[in-house]
Design a protein around this ligand. Structure first.
Ligand code: NAD
Length: 360
């Protein structure tokens, strides 16, 4: 079988689904790798690097397994034929996704978002690998927008107090944000509605903010809050947020609009020069004053809502994603190296969002 690495066409998408480092492992499994010319260009990987690793440059779109990062556009879906396999982010919970079109086209598509959060699937968990990148970068964005230092400084010209950073929503991105802010010398605090997160927050040297709401849902995710819980949470956070120089928000509930954690009043209560980085912009934002994709200043507080932060670090984001994709491809092969996905495997059963008649 062949694996096709195609060039991403979404605006600002700089990642590539497979880096040259993974090519020898695929070849070792008996696969051929075909790369669309320029596929790695935005990640600063030249065609020559793929060739050196053993891939060929050519028509990646006709490969048996096409690997991608961003969900395919209409034009891209039109390039796929019946029976082909596609692996990538497919936004299965987004109403505007292409899963219907892929089904129509007879493509057997695997959505990396749908891989279950079980230990055996950790190695292919692209949501986690990319959330790590986003969490890290969110802190750098905050630090560069801040009018203050993150670390404590003791200098001849005086002493500077460390910045206080609050992270709201401590999943994978939030935990990485806490760890990164700590490394920059800030005083860190984390908050989440899943009580089990408290120990993880403490393990990265942060304080746990306890607001007494337990909204642990299924599969390690949070559930949506009730109206009363939401009001209680917003009020409690409004009081807490005043004490922080930086607030980073990452709170998500699968398939729902982002929970509103930071009200306009909470923003107004912050000190001038404070910064909010809202990682939930894609689903509407955790802050009431967020403008997705924009950086705005409201009440002298800078509110940034960068979209697709992982694409701003294409080298490592692609490298981590490649490992995830490789692990998933491995699972599609049987012992003889033939493409024969076993749908009694819960990982494949969940990840495969469209089946193809051709392959059954
Ligand atoms: P996510 O991106 O879905 O959400 C981010 C965080 O927002 C979550 O921690 C969630 O609890 C929190 N949140 C939601 N609503 C909130 C609200 N109203 N107020 C405050 N916080 C709110 O989460 P994620 O990063 O994908 O991780 C979810 C969980 O899955 C984590 O516990 C993670 O450790 C676990 N996980 C397990 C595996 C595995 O075992 N393979 C892999 C990855 C993640």
């Amino acid at each position: 079988p062949t694996v096709g690495v195609v060039r991403e066409t979404n605006d600002g998408e700089r990642r590539v689904a497979l880096v040259p480092k993974i090519v020898p492992s695929l070849i070792g499994k008996g696969l051929d790798v075909v790369v669309e010319s320029g596929a790695g260009q935005e990640a600063l990987i030249p065609d020559a690097a793929y060739k050196e690793a053993g891939a060929t440059i050519g028509d990646a779109w006709s490969a048996d397994i096409v690997v991608k990062v961003a969900p395919p556009s209409d034009t891209e879906v039109a390039r796929l034929r019946s029976g082909q396999r596609l692996i990538g982010f497919l936004a299965p919970r987004n109403a505007q996704n292409q899963i219907g079109a892929l089904t129509q086209a007879g493509v057997e598509a695997y959505a990396v978002e749908a891989i279950p959060r079980i230990s055996r699937a950790q190695v292919m968990d692209a949501l986690s690998s990319q959330a790590n990148v986003a969490g890290y970068k969110s802190v750098l964005v905050a630090a560069s927008e801040a009018t203050r230092f993150f670390p404590m400084l003791t200098t001849a010209a005086g002493t500077v107090k460390p910045a206080t950073v609050l992270v709201l929503g401590v999943g994978v991105a939030g935990l990485q944000a806490l760890a990164t802010a700590k490394r920059l010398g800030a005083r860190t605090t984390g908050y989440d509605v899943r009580p089990e997160v408290a120990d993880q927050v403490r393990s990265v040297g942060a304080q746990w903010l306890d607001l007494g709401i337990d909204a642990a849902g299924e599969g390690g995710y949070a559930r949506e809050l009730t109206e009363a819980e939401r009001a209680q949470q917003q009020q409690a956070l409004e009081d807490a947020i005043k004490n922080f120089d930086v607030v980073i928000t990452t709170a998500l509930v699968p398939g729902r609009p982002a929970p509103r954690l930071v009200t306009a009043a909470a923003v107004e209560g912050m000190k001038p020069g404070s910064v909010i980085v809202d990682l939930a912009g894609e689903t509407g934002g955790n802050c009431e004053l967020t403008e997705p994709g924009q950086t705005v200043v409201k009440h002298d507080v800078t509110i940034c809502s960068p979209l697709n932060l992982p694409a701003t670090m294409p080298e490592h984001a692609s490298e981590l994603y490649s490992k995830n994709v490789y692990a998933l491809i491995e699972l599609l092969l049987d012992e003889s190296g033939a493409l024969a996905p076993d749908f009694s495997d819960e990982i494949l059963a969940a990840a495969c969002v469209t089946r193809s008649k051709e392959n059954s």
